[in-house]
Design a protein around this ligand. Structure first.
Ligand SMILES: [Zn+2]
Length: 378
């Protein structure tokens, strides 16, 4: 451009020089911004998981760019309901609407507790209710990865907890420890549906090796990816058992559950300790209860892991201020990820990272399945 400046015209030449310098600078800024957004080719050649506590791997991963963060929204849980936060979805329609908002805010996976429509304070106990809920969610969120609980809610039998598997979610949670808990539930007063007095729960869901084996075998038979819930470092024994019995496929999708009753205290040190026990080829999801959700999911974002947020684990947005909905918590997790230079995974990216089928599983409400198809995926 400078070559085109006519000689002997210092005024015009000066203006053009200044103009072309400004264009060059602007182009440079735009290019550097684009480069920040473009995936690093070195990154795309790497597997999306690594040994999170290995210093050398961490430095190398940060240098080339940490993989996109999978945000899982734990939308409702099986213990608290609208008496704790009005935004907790309970019916199939409420769950689907809440998940749609969270999906639009950046969630690529949803973890669901279907409720019994005849008693919304209790977990669903039959496959048809599960199919109905998964169908509603899929109708509103055509791409999201659907993850159903097998932990369910208090007072349920193992058969009832397994009822979600018959609806063949793409992923299902798998408790790896006995679940001992003691808590108070607030009174649920009218006009909320199904009012009940305040309750104190004190129970232990046993989860023996044999029962966990059965759940994992059923998931394998149905092509459902287990989400391995580690409550404390000792749960790594059970992961090892499941690998030895050929019940898991790589990558292992492991969740550190921090601060839930008899799980580890929700501290940075304890997260690191559990991570040290994970087998190779583990993709890590971090959840934490109540006020610990924000710091520990941010830790996972910093370290290259994935995050679970939502009203199941935390009904507050900030101290003393309840979350307005699931989307608000997802939106914050996505903002933090972007500020920390991590892309937010789309459902398609998350499917690839987890080794799930590319095509989202269809779900049909009872009696609604097309004649040529079985209910759910194969
Ligand atoms: Zn759950």
């Amino acid at each position: 451009m400078d070559a085109s400046v006519p000689a002997g015209n210092p005024i015009r030449g000066g203006l053009l020089k200044r103009f072309s310098a400004a264009v060059r600078n602007a182009t440079k800024r735009a290019q550097s911004h684009r480069e920040e957004l473009l995936p690093n080719p070195e990154q795309s050649q790497q597997r999306p998981w690594f040994k999170y506590t290995n210093s050398y791997e961490f430095m190398e991963r940060v240098r080339v760019g940490l993989p996109p963060v999978i945000i899982c929204v734990a939308c409702n849980g099986g213990i608290q309901g609208k008496e704790a936060n009005e935004a907790i979805p309970e019916t199939a329609d409420e769950i689907a609407r809440s998940v749609q908002d969270a999906y639009e805010a950046g969630a690529s996976m949803v973890h669901i507790h279907a409720r019994d429509p005849k008693q919304l304070t209790l977990g669903a106990r039959d496959p048809d209710t599960w199919r109905e809920v998964l169908h509603e969610v899929r109708s509103r969120c055509p791409e999201i990865i659907i993850n159903a609980t097998t932990g369910a809610g208090p007072g349920m039998t193992m058969e009832e907890r397994a009822s979600s598997l018959a609806a063949t979610p793409e992923v299902a949670s798998l408790n790896l420890a006995p679940d001992m808990s003691q808590f108070k539930l607030k009174q649920r007063a009218a006009p909320l549906p199904f009012p009940r007095p305040a309750q104190e729960i004190d129970e232990c869901i046993p989860f023996t090796y044999g029962q966990i084996h059965q759940f994992a075998a059923e998931m394998k038979r149905r092509g459902i990816k287990p989400e391995l819930e580690l409550y404390h470092p000792g749960c790594a024994w059970v992961v090892r058992y499941l690998i030895e019995h050929d019940l898991l496929e790589k990558p292992y999708w492991v969740q550190t559950v921090m601060g839930y009753q008899t799980s580890s205290f929700p501290t940075v040190e304890n997260v690191l300790q559990i991570l040290k026990e994970l087998p190779e080829d583990s993709l890590w999801l971090c959840s934490a209860i109540g006020p610990f959700q924000l710091p520990l999911t941010t830790l996972a974002t910093l370290m290259g892991g994935h995050v679970r947020v939502g009203l199941e684990d935390n009904i507050y947005y900030s101290r003393g201020r309840k979350a307005r909905n699931n989307a608000e918590l997802v939106d914050r997790a996505a903002r933090i990820a972007k500020e920390l230079n991590r892309e937010v995974a789309t459902p398609a990216q998350a499917r690839k990272m987890l080794g799930l089928r590319e095509r989202p599983s269809p779900y049909y409400a009872a009696g609604d399945a097309p004649a040529h198809s079985t209910v759910g995926p194969h």
